[in-house]
Design a binder for this molecule. Structure first.
Ligand code: PNS
Length: 163
């Protein structure tokens, strides 16, 4: 069975992530979405909330597993026995960060390799950071995140959904 790990912060999950996971499922039999917990940065949504939002989003997709990990990604991949990490690339700006991470991980372990997919053209500008900022200021994030996530964002910021 071909399995990939799709790691990230997912604070919160966006349609950009959903796009990569769905396209990953055309290549892999199963995608393990691995939520990094205990991040150095303080997330908007707790570890449990980020997992819950992902589980809601992929409730109807048995080939997507939601898991959490802490510590090094390569150690997690080794423990799981999964040699492939899937990541999305939106723009050139992502490249440097991803290249650094992939190179460091390669140094840490030769057992894990990366597969990068270019984000779809209608999602390339979407990031969790921008989604949080727009929602915090009352802007519409409809269509950019799963509906359950949209509702939770406005609730979290104490704002009514924009008309
Ligand atoms: O969604 P993000 O924030 O871009 O995801 C980054 C993530 C969680 C994949 C990355 O920070 C990570 O793998 N963290 C685990 C710790 C680790 O292995 N760090 C060394 C990477 S060089």
């Amino acid at each position: 069975m071909r399995v990939a790990i799709y790691p990230g912060s997912f604070d919160p999950i966006t349609h950009g992530h959903v796009d990569i996971i769905r396209r990953g499922l055309t290549i892999f039999d199963k995608v393990v979405v691995a939520v990094a917990v205990n991040l150095r940065k303080t997330p908007l949504f707790s570890d449990a909330e980020r997992v819950e939002l992902l589980r809601e989003t992929f409730a109807a997709e048995p080939r997507v597993e939601i898991d959490v990990f802490q510590g090094l990604l390569v150690e997690y991949a080794r423990r799981r026995g999964v040699p492939t990490v899937l990541r999305g690339l939106r723009a050139v700006s992502d490249f440097e960060y991803e290249f650094q991470m992939a190179s460091m991980n390669r140094r840490l372990s030769q057992d894990v390799d990366y597969l990068f997919m270019m984000t779809s053209e209608d999602q390339y500008y979407v990031s969790s950071t921008l989604i949080r900022e727009v929602a915090a200021n009352g802007g519409s994030v409809a269509g950019l995140v799963p509906p359950g996530v949209e509702a939770r964002l406005y609730e979290r910021f104490g704002r009514p959904p924009p008309a």
